[in-house]
Design a protein around this ligand. Structure first.
Ligand SMILES: Cc1ncc(COP(=O)(O)O)c(C=O)c1O
Length: 404
């Protein structure tokens, strides 16, 4: 590998909630006392434990070396690099600068789009299990989430339930749906056929689509991303899509994402809406981080990252299947999150989820409660760590949690 995916970065003291959890994130984990000799292996919040591609630091540092940071507007390069990224990685054609717009965050963009497409109290269709950020931001803004559960088929592949989606849309008079493509936390990468089927339902009932594609660069085992907007004309004209370099390149702390919206009416309405707070402004260093990320080195870095993540995910899945009786999973096709189901294990051992989760934390495995994602016996695990740390985590889970 050309880039470094093996060094263990000590993030302690460097502004990372992944390892230095503030009180309000700890909840009932605050009472868990970590056993001596077990350091923290951060496997919860969705950021990565790899050094960034060096072109990012270089672009930011070069800019910092110029001693003025006044008002600015995004450089043409910002838009050109996004266009090139989308054309090369996602085979998008016909994308113009005007279709692209800055958003401080994907969730903020989702809320702005909701504010345009629905009234407060309106119903919105969201698949479950559900990324907790959707739940919090939609509820916080007064929208009523109607869940359409995904289900696992006979091969443990998560699928949309089209009949259920259609019924919920009709019964609840729904005119806006959120797609998470690829889906967090299940790790499903939707195929063209699946997106087309969903779109046919949305078109039939005049449902607008908000497509969160923040994970679209992180596909495993050679899978490829199909942008929701690309599947047909209805999708092209009725979807607001949101992307970011933050998940792909580990830049969440620098803030910054962008929308792609082809429909002029929709884009102009959303841009107006997101301008209302006067907070939705780019930070010059975040612009340079994107510029540094979308360089040729960034393309290579992501290709290597995907190999590393594919190996980590395969290691974790094989380990669980071979060693943790009563734990089931669906192999993710994208993202670096694993959503495991511990129902069999908990029932066989007569323990509840809190006990199980706390046992992991006690031995430094900071994994994440899946219940707020609507998995009654689920745990979400972040696998974006050097493989030796993933192995260490599974050894600890083996010796001290599942088979102690
Ligand atoms: C599906 C999804 N959307 C949005 C976000 C957060 O994006 P942002 O920080 O840009 O709001 C995350 C972060 O984990 C995510 O998984």
């Amino acid at each position: 590998m050309k880039y470094d995916f093996t060094s263990i970065i000590d993030r302690k003291g460097y502004d990372a909630i992944a390892v230095d959890l503030p009180e309000n994130y700890l909840g009932n984990y605050a009472a868990v006392k970590r056993e001596e000799g077990f350091d923290v292996i951060p496997m919860w919040v969705a950021d990565m434990n790899f050094p960034v591609v060096p072109t990012i630091q270089k672009a930011v540092i070069d800019r910092v070396n110029h001693p003025a940071f006044g008002y600015f507007s995004p450089r043409d390069e910002y838009f050109e690099l996004i266009r090139k990224w989308q054309e090369t990685r996602n085979h998008v054609s016909g994308l113009e600068n005007r279709h692209i717009g800055y958003e401080n965050g994907v969730l903020g963009g989702v809320v702005s789009a909701m504010n345009v497409l629905a009234s407060k109290g309106d119903n919105v269709l969201v698949h479950s299990p559900t990324y907790i950020g959707f739940t919090m931001s939609l509820e916080n803004n007064g929208y009523n989430i109607i869940h359409s559960p995904l289900y696992q088929d006979e091969n443990n592949v998560w699928r949309m339930d089209y009949e259920d989606m259609e019924k919920k849309i009709v019964d609840h008079k729904i005119h806006v749906a959120i797609m998470c493509n690829p889906h967090n936390p299940s790790g499903r990468v939707w195929t063209k056929e699946e997106l087309e089927k969903a779109m046919a339902i949305y078109e039939k009932y005049n449902v607008w689509v908000i497509s969160d594609e923040i994970w679209s660069d992180l596909l495993l085992n050679g899978n490829s991303h199909i942008p929701t907007q690309s599947v047909n004309e209805y999708a092209h004209n009725h979807t607001a899509a949101f992307y970011a370099p933050s998940k792909t390149f580990n830049l969440a702390g620098l803030i910054g994402s962008y929308h792609i919206i082809y429909n002029d009416w929709l884009r102009e309405r959303i841009e107006k809406e997101s301008s209302l707070s006067h907070y939705n402004s780019m930070n010059v260093l975040s612009m340079y981080a994107l510029i540094g990320a979308y360089q040729p080195e960034g393309y290579e870095w992501v290709d290597e990252l995907k190999e590393v993540l594919s190996e980590n995910v395969a290691y974790a899945c094989d380990y669980i299947e071979q060693n943790f009786k009563g734990v089931t999973l669906s192999r993710p096709q994208g993202t670096y999150m694993l959503f495991i189901d511990c129902e069999g294990y908990c029932k066989a051992h007569g323990i509840d989820m809190d006990t199980l989760l706390h046992k992991g934390w006690k031995y430094g495995v900071y994994w994440q409660d899946g219940r707020p994602f609507h998995g009654q016996y689920s745990i979400r695990m972040n696998l974006a760590l050097p493989l030796c740390r993933v192995k260490e985590a599974f050894d600890r889970l083996d010796q001290h949690v599942f088979n102690d």
